[in-house]
Design a protein around this ligand. Structure first.
Ligand SMILES: N[C@@H](CCC(=O)N[C@@H](CS)C(=O)NCC(=O)O)C(=O)O
Length: 232
């Protein structure tokens, strides 16, 4: 913990004069990273994005481990107070609370958002991550795993589709719950998912995809292609 505080203080002092940014974001071109850049764009919080190229094992560098002990992106440091944080779900809550938007204060409504945020963190992220690993990158090597995780992906898409049937967004107004789930759905092509099978997911996905903040946050820390759009 001491190392974490020391590093974050040093980072804040070193950069404070150089930028107007309030948040240092350590990220890569993945769904978990994009959740945070999209939230920062939506909330209008000035930030500096730092690339942590996980294909080059940069997530294991000691200076990154000091703020992200689990050696995963994303992580942030708040220059206002030197506070460092890992885990995208925790980061989304922290940033939304900092500004007082995208995360309701009403007790029940707040827990509705947390409920769907946890659904993403505990289910959508880990399971669709396995689909990317087995179906997209290692197709044909482990048919059992491919079938298992694809079945789970379809189950999760079905849950989301049913939930969105009579709702514009996942939990009341547009919130950090939508921002957490959306980048995972943006990889529908990798997941071999035909969004026409899930019309309410498709409607929700498309509406969020065209938001300027989403378009911008998707291309952080670098532009690796446009936001995938399903055929109309
Ligand atoms: N539960 C974590 C998961 C973070 C995560 O899995 N990040 C991936 C990229 S999306 C990563 O950093 N992988 C590096 C590695 O596997 O070593 C969160 O939501 O922040």
């Amino acid at each position: 913990m001491a190392a974490r505080n020391t590093w974050t203080r040093q980072a804040r002092d070193r950069r404070a004069d150089e930028y107007e940014a309030m948040i240092d974001l350590y990220t890569w071109t993945t769904p978990n990273g994009r959740k945070v850049s999209i939230a920062l764009e939506e909330l209008g919080i000035p930030y500096t994005a730092h690339t942590v190229d996980i294909s080059k094992d940069e997530q294991f560098k000691p200076e990154f481990l000091a703020i992200s002990p689990n050696n995963r992106i994303p992580a942030i440091v708040d220059r206002d107070n030197g506070f460092g944080l890992m885990e995208s779900g925790a980061i989304l809550m922290y940033l939304a609370d900092k500004v007082g938007r995208l995360f309701p204060t009403d007790h029940h409504q707040r827990y509705r958002v947390i409920e769907w945020l946890m659904w993403q963190m505990g289910g959508v992220g880990p399971m669709l991550g396995q689909v990317h690993h087995f179906v997209k990158y290692n197709s044909g090597k482990a048919p059992y795993a491919e079938a298992r995780y694809l079945k789970e992906a379809h189950r999760l898409y079905g849950v989301l589709d049913r939930h969105l049937k009579d709702r514009e967004f996942v939990a009341g107004d547009y919130s950090i719950a939508d921002i957490a789930i959306w980048p995972w759905i943006s990889r529908f092509e990798w997941q071999t998912i035909d969004l026409d099978r899930y019309p309410d997911v498709k409607r929700w996905y498309t509406a969020i995809a065209v938001r300027p903040a989403v378009q911008k946050g998707y291309k952080i820390p670098k532009d690796v292609g446009d936001v995938p759009m399903p055929p109309a």
